[in-house]
Design a protein around this ligand. Structure first.
Ligand SMILES: NC(=O)c1ccc[n+]([C@@H]2O[C@H](COP(=O)([O-])OP(=O)(O)OC[C@H]3O[C@@H](n4cnc5c(N)ncnc54)[C@H](OP(=O)(O)O)[C@@H]3O)[C@@H](O)[C@H]2O)c1
Length: 358
């Protein structure tokens, strides 16, 4: 089988590096071109991620894959789109809109940025959760007269919430949700949070994050109808905080449901979803999509972040919530750079490839 030729743009950043790792020896995709800002353009990848003091800033852990070390980083304008089947975009959000528009005119783009998320003809795909919304990409292509499309991932904080809510929404009619996040430092990108600022500290505010979570959750759990996504009838309130954890977001969730629910029913539901999950067998899919813990000391970032290579969503502390007539509270853990961005975006690529869209 001939592999699809892919480019990573924003390859030098925190999420870009996750793409580099997730696409190493990928059975279906081969990285043939990479790009970043003018600062990195023209350099070999290994030199582009070296700081002024000579220190190589590789944030993924493990070895830097050999295939990328000597590849030259291009300017966006120097990418040869005629030689590409797909672009993975991890460019800084301010620059993403123009760059992704330009790319999608010729080739499909899967992006971790928020630039296109809220447009009517753009689905925010989480494989296993709302695969059917992928059909909207055909409409987007036509609307915009593009050869490609843009498929953005949701925000990394929304991803864990939407994944855990989906079974509760479908089966028990989740209608109101309150969530407090404890988000990892790496979610702010390579220059987002300083060590002095976050050590021994918690930031009680992350700009724009809460609005994204509210809007995105309703869209992801919504239904594709007559060429549009009808938002789910669910109300979401949240407080998003940044904590001194390197990787992986933890979220405390309270959910009111229409139907009676208790922890054992929730456990059974997640176990059933694990058996039926659509992504089973895709190269980047975890063996277990959900990990349900009875142990009240789980989930913890240090214990969960390697589970399923960061692609498993962990759920614990599940209890009946007495504040509501019917409902639950629980704590979830989701890896912001794996399922929540780089590797999650590769999983979107695999799902769309299987559907024949790439
Ligand atoms: N970090 C997370 O957990 C996370 C999760 C979900 C989504 N996201 C989203 O993913 C995107 C990347 O985030 P990040 O955390 O990886 O950011 P980052 O570490 O700051 O990296 C940004 C990347 O964009 C490149 N870039 C900046 N301006 C550019 C331009 N004008 N043209 C081309 N490339 C440009 C940078 O290249 P240089 O190195 O050359 O400057 C770098 O490769 C953002 O949109 C972010 O919101 C991040």
């Amino acid at each position: 089988m001939e592999k699809k030729r892919v480019a990573i743009i924003g390859a030098t950043g925190a999420v870009g590096q996750e793409f580099v790792q997730s696409l190493n020896n990928h059975p279906w995709f081969e990285v043939t071109q990479i790009a970043a800002s003018e600062r990195s353009a023209g350099k070999k990848y290994i030199d582009a991620i070296r700081d002024a003091g000579g220190i190589i800033s590789w944030s993924v852990g493990g070895e830097i894959p050999e295939y990328i070390k000597d590849m030259t980083v291009r300017k966006i304008d120097d990418l040869d789109v005629s030689q590409l089947d797909l672009v993975f975009s991890a460019v800084e959000s301010g620059a993403a809109r123009d760059i992704e528009t330009k790319m999608a005119a010729d080739v499909p783009v899967i992006s971790t940025s928020s630039a296109f998320r809220y447009e009517d003809d753009v689905p925010m795909l989480i494989p296993g959760i709302n695969d059917e919304q992928a059909e909207l990409l055909e409409i987007q292509k036509k609307n915009r007269n593009w050869k490609g499309w843009v498929a953005p991932l949701p925000n990394c904080t929304t991803i864990g919430l939407a994944i855990t809510l989906k079974p509760l929404f479908e089966k028990y009619g989740a209608k109101k949700v309150m969530m407090t996040s404890m988000q990892a430092i790496s979610g702010g990108g390579k220059s987002g949070v300083t060590a002095m600022g976050i050590t021994d500290n918690i930031f009680p505010y992350i700009p724009k994050e809460e609005g994204k979570v509210k809007k995105e959750t309703r869209k992801i759990l919504g239904k594709l109808k007559d060429g549009k996504i009808e938002d789910a009838d669910i109300r979401v309130s949240c407080t998003c905080t940044r904590v001194p954890v390197i990787d992986g977001h933890t979220e405390s969730v309270f959910v009111e449901t229409e139907k009676e629910i208790d922890p054992s029913m929730a456990k059974e539901t997640y176990n059933q979803y694990n058996k039926d999950i659509s992504v089973a067998g895709l190269p980047s899919a975890p063996e277990k999509y959900y990990a349900f813990h009875d142990d009240p000391t789980r989930p913890q970032p240090r214990m969960e972040r390697e589970v399923g290579d960061g692609m498993t969503t962990s759920i614990g502390r599940v209890e009946k919530e007495e504040l509501f007539e019917k409902g639950l509270k629980y704590v979830l853990f989701s890896h912001n750079k794996k399922m929540g961005s780089g590797k999650g975006a590769v999983l979107v690529g695999e799902m769309l490839y299987k559907k024949g869209k790439i």
